[in-house]
Design a protein around this ligand. Structure first.
Ligand SMILES: Nc1ncnc2c1ncn2[C@@H]1O[C@H](COP(=O)(O)OP(=O)(O)OP(=O)(O)O)[C@@H](O)[C@H]1O
Ligand SMILES: [Mg+2]
Length: 276
């Protein structure tokens, strides 16, 4: 059985987020410092699914690995989020069209790796992304993909966001690091962004053949209750293939289970929102 070590004060953070009405743009960071849990897959495919629902969506790649960018056909892009944060170009100049319906992208490239250290020397670096976003409007959603760390780039993303989606991979060490992540979210909330909420924990790579997946799901739901999305993302080879074609799952394999899962997630986010 999997044991949680999440402290009690965390519960307050988890309970507050269901009563938020956000007129205009909603900005959601997708974060977990654990690598390979489905952050990028969620960012791209949730973005594409929201776009398909007619929600105008901007995806921002804040990861120097630039997987979101290359998965949407911007490999080794120039005029990236790094240039925006440095103040070298305007944010509107960095926004690109994608092949997806109603989805735009601000790409990253590997030069952003220097940003992790470099931006720390800038006064008020925490606010760099948030301030840059003041010049962006007209989007229903902004999704920010973050790197597998709790460093500068992730903190900046959390400061700029209204809420956070935490992908949790259905595997044995899934919950490792979750306490640390939640503490970081609370720190950002207490210091820089008092309205930051947890949008939800998202179970990813669920394997219906494995008892372990079911056990993890039960445990996560028991502990985090309604903060866990009803939608679960199943393990699907199509989801892993899509980025190599530069497409989201809803374009690459619209009838696949992966596409269905991400459309369901988009509906859960978009429609529950209107009820909140
Ligand atoms: N539901 C899924 N089914 C099958 N493969 C998946 C699924 N979700 C993600 N993957 C694959 O798992 C790997 C890790 O996923 P992804 O890149 O989205 O994780 P990440 O959290 O962004 O990783 P990193 O921490 O390196 O940024 C990728 O190869 C991806 O294609
Ligand atoms: Mg990633």
């Amino acid at each position: 059985m999997i044991v949680f070590h999440v402290e009690h004060h965390v519960d307050s953070l988890l309970q507050v987020s269901y009563n938020m009405t956000m007129p205009g743009t909603k900005t959601i960071a997708i974060s977990n410092q654990k690598g390979g849990v489905g952050k990028t897959t969620t960012c791209t495919n949730l973005g594409a699914a929201l776009g398909q629902l007619g929600k105008k969506t901007l995806i921002i790649d804040m990861d120097p690995q630039a997987n979101t960018s290359s998965g949407l056909r911007y490999t080794e892009a120039e005029d990236t989020i790094y240039d925006v944060l440095l103040g070298n170009i305007s944010i509107t100049h960095a926004i690109r069209r994608t092949e997806e319906d109603s989805v735009w992208l601000i790409p990253s490239n590997k030069s952003l790796v220097g940003g992790e250290m470099e931006f720390r020397d800038v006064d008020d670096w925490h606010f760099l992304l948030r301030d840059a976003l003041k010049d962006v409007d007209g989007y229903d959603y902004i999704l920010i993909d973050t790197p597998p760390s709790l460093g500068t780039l992730t903190i900046m993303s959390l400061v700029a966001a209204n809420s956070v989606i935490v992908p949790v991979q259905c595997e044995y060490y899934a919950l490792e690091g979750l306490t640390q992540l939640i503490k970081t979210i609370m720190l950002v909330r207490n210091s820089y962004n008092p309205d930051l909420k947890i949008e939800g924990l998202l179970l990813t790579m669920f394997d219906r053949r494995l008892n372990l997946s079911k056990q993890i799901e039960e445990e996560v739901r028991r502990h985090f209750g309604r903060k866990v999305f009803n939608t679960v993302i199943y393990r699907s080879i199509r989801l892993a293939e899509a980025p190599s074609f530069g497409l989201s799952i809803v374009k690459y394999a619209p009838d696949s289970l992966g596409a269905m899962n991400y459309v369901e997630l988009a509906k859960e986010i978009a429609y529950e929102e209107s009820l909140r």
